[in-house]
Ligand binder design. Structure first.
Ligand code: ZN
Length: 150
């Protein structure tokens, strides 16, 4: 049996421009902007805005060749993925793989906020699902990542 996820870590939205989108998410809806960062390896800029124990992630492609850029070109701005926090990402990936869930990442990799892995929408009712390991879990050490100070 799986352990229940700890929380919805974030919901991600693809946008043309983070700067323009802050008018809605920060100024009109009142979410607190926590961070904006460039992820050169994924060729995106992202922003995290806090809401309760969860966040909204804004994802802005920085070139035209990535999956996120193609998503934006074909579908426009909108919902992209939901991220659930789990205690042990490796254990979850092993279990889900055995259950026949199609994994985009078969092992934890470095994400902006911790060790992450994506599950294919084909196995998730059309929804792109990201899993993130809670701070202090085994993948943090394995990937040489330092958990944020609470
Ligand atoms: Zn995400």
């Amino acid at each position: 049996m799986p352990l229940p996820p700890g929380r919805v870590h974030h919901v991600a939205v693809v946008v043309r421009s983070i700067d323009a989108s802050l008018r809605l998410w920060r100024d009109l809806l009142g979410l607190e902007l926590e961070t904006v960062m460039e992820i050169p390896t994924d060729r995106v800029r992202i922003a995290f805005l806090g809401v309760g124990e969860s966040k909204i992630e804004l994802v802005e492609p920085t070139d035209e060749t990535t999956g996120v850029a193609r998503f934006l070109a074909s579908k426009g701005e909108g919902f992209h993925h939901v991220c659930l926090e789990v205690d042990s990402l490796s254990d979850e990936l092993t279990r889900l793989g055995i259950e026949g869930v199609e994994l985009i990442d078969s092992a934890p990799r470095r994400g902006a906020e911790g060790p992450v892995a994506f599950l294919h929408p084909r196995s998730c009712g059309g929804v792109l699902v990201e899993l993130i390991e809670a701070p202090g879990g085994p993948s943090w050490r394995a990937l040489g990542m330092t958990p944020p100070k609470p």
